[in-house]
Design a protein around this ligand. Structure first.
Ligand code: GZL
Length: 327
């Protein structure tokens, strides 16, 4: 993917400020769509319903791709199964939709079906995570800077615990997803050269249930020698809370917890002192994705990427922000 157009805006609580820098142009134009009053039929291939973030993202997308906004939305949630998601995209192609929106579960394996969409002259717009396929196979991507999210989380751990021997465990997101890969890369860079030792790092697949199970294993193996937990999303951190308490330890005190997303349940745990720091990953992408789809279908050029900037919260900031949070 070309250098991302990092945009000057900043994420407001519950809202998204987006600006674009320059125009990569070159968006695909669909055969079927176009015309101001024509209803645009969009196939949306969502990952599934694995987390609170995903629910908020799905709600944002369904609100934006409403009939009132000129869309006919065909929605598919792939239950976090990459092969089911590829089948959903192929089904949209066979139905002859005007455009496809894809939130890819994993980064690899998309070249063939995206080539089929291009051959059928159906533009694909990515939202949320990214793909490794050549960028001429999709018109644009609306998402977040996962590496920066990981760096922000890692910098907080380094600043607060990096100068003394500290044992860390990591609950990784879905293996092969750009969110997990890039967050890990950013976090690891930020803690390099500090006194932080990674005892273990395993995937909890972005879910509460798996986050709890993996944390139970960490506690059986390392017990109270664990000082800090980094979870790639709030939901795995929330699952870990149960395991930590069952082990007779106090989350947020005996084991410090840093996560990413800032969904309501995560922010509540942070305000209650069970989490210590959260880096936001704004799920409210629907309006921007719908705007991009309309432009592409109308044959207008669009940027290759639109990045939503995130913010971060400590416990006091979470208490202040919670009343106004939209997700
Ligand atoms: C991030 C998104 C991740 C969230 C998880 O943009 O892809 O997937 O961090 C979600 O909560 O499951």
């Amino acid at each position: 993917m070309k250098a991302k157009n990092i945009l000057a805006g900043f994420a407001l609580v519950g809202a998204i400020a987006l600006t674009t820098a320059g125009c990569a142009g070159g968006g695909n134009t669909a055969g079927g769509g176009g015309g101001d009053d024509k209803v645009i039929t969009v196939g949306f291939a969502q990952t599934g319903s694995e987390s609170g973030w995903r629910s908020a993202n799905t709600e944002s997308m369904k609100e934006a791709f409403s009939e009132a906004n000129g869309f006919n939305l065909i929605f598919n949630a792939a239950d976090n199964k990459p092969e089911a998601q590829i089948a959903a995209v192929r089904s949209f192609i066979n139905q002859g939709v005007d455009a496809i929106v894809l939130a890819p579960i994993v980064t690899d394996g998309w070249d063939d079906v995206l080539k089929e969409a291009k051959d059928a002259n159906i533009p694909v717009i990515l939202e949320d995570r990214t793909v490794s396929a050549p960028e001429d196979l999709y018109a644009s991507w609306v998402g977040l800077d996962f590496k920066k999210e990981g760096e922000t989380a890692g910098k907080w751990v380094a600043d607060n615990f990096g100068k003394t021997p500290t044992n860390l465990v990591v609950l990784e997101g879905t293996t092969g997803s750009s969110a997990a890969t890039d967050r890990a890369a950013g976090f690891d860079e930020a803690i390099k050269g500090t006194d932080i030792k990674v005892l273990d790092s395993q995937t909890g697949n972005f879910t509460r249930a798996e986050g709890k199970t993996v944390m139970e294993g960490f506690l059986q193996k390392y017990g109270s020698t664990i000082n800090v937990l980094f979870a790639h999303n709030d939901d795995m951190g929330l699952g870990a809370l149960d395991a930590i308490k069952a082990a007779g330890l106090k989350p947020g005190t005996d084991i410090k917890i840093v996560t990413i997303d800032a969904v309501k349940d995560g922010m509540t745990a942070l305000a209650d002192g069970e989490f210590n720091y959260i880096v936001e990953c704004n799920p409210l992408l629907g309006d921007k994705v719908a705007e991009v789809v309309k432009k592409v279908v109308a044959g207008e050029s669009v940027d290759k990427s639109y990045i939503v900037e995130d913010q971060a919260f400590d416990q006091e900031q979470a208490k202040a922000a919670l009343p106004d949070r939209k997700y």
